[in-house]
Structures are given as C-alpha cells and as structure tokens.
Design a protein around this ligand. Structure first.
Ligand code: ADP
Ligand code: MG
Length: 362
C-alpha cells in the first residue's frame, strides 16, 4: 500500500491567475524512488511544496500512511526536505548541523542522538568531518551534510528539490549513484525533483513527467522512453532528440500509408484500425535516432551528413535533406567522413504517429 497519496491537487498563485499545478494525483509506495521531471516552471517545486506542507493546495488532498495531512503543518508530516541551495548553519560544526533537527526531539536521550548522528555520518562517508565547520568542506561534502540532516530524522519520506544542480557534472553523477544506493539501503520513499532527463532516468523507479502544471505521463524509465503517450514526453526524453516529420494520411485502403516530404511509410492493417484515422489527416511521424539505419540493405531515402559527434561508444550523426534535419546514432567510427551522402532506412517497428493534439496513436 501507498505511503503517500496525492489526490487531485491544484495550486494557483496571484488570485488564481497563475495555475502552478492542477489535476495532480499520485501514489507513492513506502520504498519507492519517484522522480518529478519537467522543464523549468512546469510545477515540480509547487507540487513538492504542497506535499511537504510548505504550500497549501487550493483543492485536493494529501495522505501519509493513510492519514489526511492536507492541513497539517510541515513539522507534523514526518517528511524531510533537501533543497537545491545548501543551507547549512555556518557557525555550527558538521556534527551540530546534522543534529539540529534532533535537538527538537525530546523522546531521544543525548546518547541516542549522538549515536544516530555518527551512524548517519558513517553511511555518508563524512565521519571524519564531524568537527569541521561547513566553510572547510567541498560542495559535495556540504550536500552530504544536508542529506545527513534529513536522514537523522528517520522520516516517512525524503523530498529532494534539485539537490545536486549546484555541483559540477562529475560530482553530480557520483552523488546520484550514492543517493540511489542510500535509498535502497534505507528502504524509505524518496521524491526527487529534476529538470534533467538523464538524472531522472538513472534514479527513478517511477518517473512523473510534468509540463505546464499537469502530469503528462507516469511510468518506469523504460516505459517513458519506449512507450511515450504524447509528443511532449517523446520529445523531452532521449538524446539526441527524437526525429519528427510532418505527414499526412494518403491511403487507408490496404493498411495505412503516411507520407512525409522525405518518404512514405506503410503501417500494418491492424495498426491502421486502432489508429482510427482518415485520408487527409495531418499527423506527426516520429522516430528515435537509434532507429535510423545508415548502413541499410534497402534505401528509403538519401541524406547529407552534416556533422558526426562522438559520444563514446556511439556517435551521433546529424543529417539534412530537403530542408529537413534528422539525427541518427551509429557505433563509434562507423561513419568517419562528414559531408558524405548516405542511404537511410528506418525501423518500421519503431515509428510512432501522433495526432494533431499530440496524442500518440501508433
Ligand atoms: P518548477 O519547480 O517546475 O520550475 P514551480 O513549481 O516553481 O516550477 O512554478 C510553477 C509555476 O508557478 C511557474 O509559472 C511559477 O512562476 C509559478 N509560481 C511558483 N511559485 C509562485 C509564487 N510563490 N507566486 C507566484 N507564482 C509562483
Ligand atoms: Mg523548481
């Protein structure tokens, strides 16, 4: 059963002029790692603040362990918040910073508090730093101390709002792996906010993709990548970005034919029936870069290679033809010469169609 249940919350600002989030419903299991993913301004922080109690939703309810906490103060919700900006007390030692929240608790002895601080410091690998001041720590160490402050409280869930965005790329990757490992070890629910799709994919058991105040899709990382429900999700996930071509339905007599400026694609009759389209309908055809084949047996179209971009084991290849730009990926070194002309085929099993409202129909 769920530890946190968010039921249809809505939050507006400026007398209802700004709808920060709306129709937000979510179940979060007791041991689940949930990521809120979406562009800046889409309502991630507001949703998280409503769950934490820092913000009061206009509508909807929030339950923790079955109990309605919608109007409870943050301190009565048994949740721990870790913010983007590291907010340690500069005049307190690491030990005192970590112990800070515990000092309010009267049900623990001094000895128990000391033990808990040291245990957490050990888990975070900052046991050696307990007597230092925050100014004598690196950025990564400081963020570990913030995590430690949350962990000693032994909360029902952790809420983290872009906690690593101030760290450099390498440290961010390292902290990511550590947080995931820690969450597995603690078995405590975590809600992690990020605008970074790679961070979301590596961390989340469940990813909640948001845009414009609304949830666009909820799924595990593979579902979000392999089975996007709409064009926003398809576009937001994946690097290089998914290729999109404007197309229209040119035949429905025997299967379904969609024509673009570069090529026609025929879909099987079964797919055509479920898609429920008619001749002349405008569609967006989309295919991920890895589903373009640049060494094909049969050529669907030809294109100029504009740029080959090394990405380690795979290279990204940027193609152009008739004013349309496409991205493909190939194994490292397969295509050395830029300004080549190449034949291209696409994997028919992995071509998606989106209707004019952006909903996926195939
Ligand atoms: P995110 O965290 O995804 O970047 P936010 O939840 O911070 O998005 O913001 C969602 C929307 O609500 C934005 O348009 C933002 O400007 C607006 N907003 C957030 N907080 C406030 C506030 N306190 N007052 C007015 N508008 C706000
Ligand atoms: Mg935010």
């Amino acid at each position: 059963d769920s530890r946190i249940e968010v039921d249809n919350i809505r939050k507006t600002f400026n007398q209802g002029e700004v709808v920060a989030c709306e129709d937000i419903s979510l179940d979060i299991a007791a041991d689940e790692f949930v990521v809120f993913l979406g562009p800046s301004g889409c309502g991630k922080t507001t949703t998280l603040r409503c769950i934490s109690g820092l913000e009061q939703p206009d509508d909807g309810s929030i339950r923790i362990d079955g109990e309605d906490v919608t109007t409870d103060k943050p301190k009565d919700r048994d949740l721990a918040f870790v913010f983007q900006s590291i907010a340690l007390f500069p005049h307190l030692s690491v030990r005192e910073n970590i112990r800070f929240g515990l000092d309010m608790k009267t049900d623990l002895s001094k000895e128990e508090k000391r033990e808990r601080v040291e245990e957490v410091a050990e888990m975070l690998d900052i046991g050696e730093l307990l007597d230092r001041k925050p100014s004598a720590l690196s950025g990564g160490q400081q963020q570990r101390v913030s995590l430690g402050r949350a962990m000693v409280m032994n909360p029902a869930a952790f809420l983290l709002d872009e906690p690593f965005s101030a760290l450099d790329a390498q440290l961010r990757d390292q902290m990511r792996t550590e947080v995931k490992r820690l969450q597995r070890k603690l078995g405590t629910a975590m809600i992690f906010v990020t605008h970074d799709q790679e961070e979301a994919m590596t961390l989340g058991d469940k990813i909640v993709v948001m845009d414009d105040g609304h949830i666009q899709q909820v799924g595990n990382p593979h579902e979000i990548y392999n089975d996007p429900e709409n064009v926003f999700v398809a576009r937001f996930i994946g690097s290089p970005s998914i290729n999109e071509l404007e197309g229209s339905v040119t035949d429905t007599s025997d299967g379904l034919v969609v024509s673009t400026d570069l090529f026609d694609v025929e879909f099987a009759e079964s797919a055509a029936q479920s898609a429920n389209v008619s001749r002349g309908d405008r569609l967006t055809l989309a295919v991920r870069p890895e589903h373009l084949d640049l060494q094909p047996e049969t050529s669907l179209f030809e294109a100029d290679v504009e740029l080959v971009e090394p990405h380690g084991a795979r290279d990204a290849v940027y193609l152009t033809e008739s004013g349309i730009n496409l991205a493909a990926t190939v194994n490292q070194g397969v295509l050395s010469g830029e300004r080549d002309r190449v034949s291209v085929d696409i994997d028919r099993e992995n071509v998606w169609l989106f209707d004019e409202r952006g909903q996926r129909i195939i």
